[in-house]
Design a protein around this ligand. Sequence first.
Ligand code: BES
Ligand code: MN
Ligand code: ZN
Length: 506
Amino acid sequence: MEFSVQTANPAKAETACLVLPVYKDSDLLPAVAKLDDASERLIGQLLSRGDFDAALGNVQMIPFAPGLGAERLLLVGLGERGKCQEAAFLKALDAAMTALVKLPIDEASATFTDVPLEGRDASWKARKTLEAAERALYRFDHFKFAPAKPPTLAKLHLIVTDAAEGLLAKQGAALGCAIGQGINVTRTLGNLPGNVCTPRYLAEQAEALGRESQGALAVDILDEEALEALGAHSLLSVGRGSREPSRLIVMKYQGAEDADEAPHVLIGKGITFDTGGISLKPGEGMDEMKFDMGGAASVFGTVKAVLAIRPKLNVVFIVAAAENMPDGAATKPGDIIKTLKGLSVEVLNTDAEGRLVLCDALTYAERFTPASVVDIATLTGACIVALGHHATGLLANDDDLALDLLDAGETAWDRAWHLPLWDEYQEQLDSNFADLANIGGRPAGTITAACFLSRFADHFPWAHLDIAGTAWHSGKQKGATGRPVGLLTQYLLDREADAQVENSGD
Ligand code: BES
Ligand code: MN
Ligand code: ZN
């Protein structure tokens, strides 16, 4: 969506709707106070009479605003001042944006940069405002007979009280737009059903991004023949029971001035449907296994954001795509396969398939002599047991990389939590018949899955993000979340900033 940053008096702002955040106490934020003065204490009175309860996330539209340039006001509750930190601020933002996009208007103005948040500047607040706006505009109804009318909102003006913050707000808003759009790409790919979003469909999306990038993204698709020739038998073993051919999708973004600068690699698990294979999953809720390409979807969303932001660094994006189905050709429990790396794997459970596609992608990544490799995967149900639906699981063979990802998650407010990857866990993968087994028993399922991957990540700093609990919502709100595009994009931006510091040092 379009945006602008304005430092004018909000009382004079000519806009179809002015969004005003208010605390539960009666002290108004600077922009809101100016409006209050100009409107015979309209807002102050609403609050003191109890006509607007500024509880967190409450919204109320005021259809007329006498004395003001705005045609409407949208009040949004921030709750108690003392409790208003990031989580509350973002909840209020989402409530405001959800209400805003329902109005029959094409532009609006908001004053969220005024809300004081410790450690968060105007750039962050502007970023989150635009990200929330993009997310609120999102619709997924093209499969419906009669889709609802799409929102008309196309432009948001950010009203900044402190003129010195104008530039920061502008930069933040641009990032928020890019990240929000990336998140929405990820949501759409996730929400698409398994009969549409197949490995070949994902490959087509990569090619489309390549075309749209006007030369910035080089796309290389390895089909089954190429994977066979390469020796990626582990990846291929997963799709063996499917009518849909597997694909390894490689997208290269060259943004660094030095074309030889070591790239950062992101690898996404792209199981476009996970039935479990011969180790068939129970029927209940199995439809949600269409989201088992959430890691891949987040890689595509990050590509989208990167193409909008154009950071000066090199990134290789890899998606390992397959459909896990049972049939006469499917891999069976006990089968032994040979990975691209050469290690043999005893497949004790065909439902532990994500690691089987990722291990070959990790080996493939070696050829880029990467600065870092991060894989993103809806890998284990155990991660949901451990962390629920708020934190992404993080495991790494390098503590600096783990910290960088934790930091990026904090900054983007798309947070991860570090779990141990100690050697003691490795023996759970011992096999009597092959170099390793693909499952490690019930204890610490998320850790043993990462242990499996770590065997294929011995040549570079590597981290694994288990997004089983964070990639989608179940129940009434069923749908992809777009996580962790915010974290990944921030991670890349931070690496760009690091590189700039390094380059200026010599
Ligand atoms: N895609 C699933 C993990 C998953 C399950 C994510 C439910 C989100 C919700 C993965 O392929 C899988 O089936 N993992 C197994 C591993 C087990 C067989 C060791 C699991 O978690 O049960
Ligand atoms: Mn599975
Ligand atoms: Zn899976």
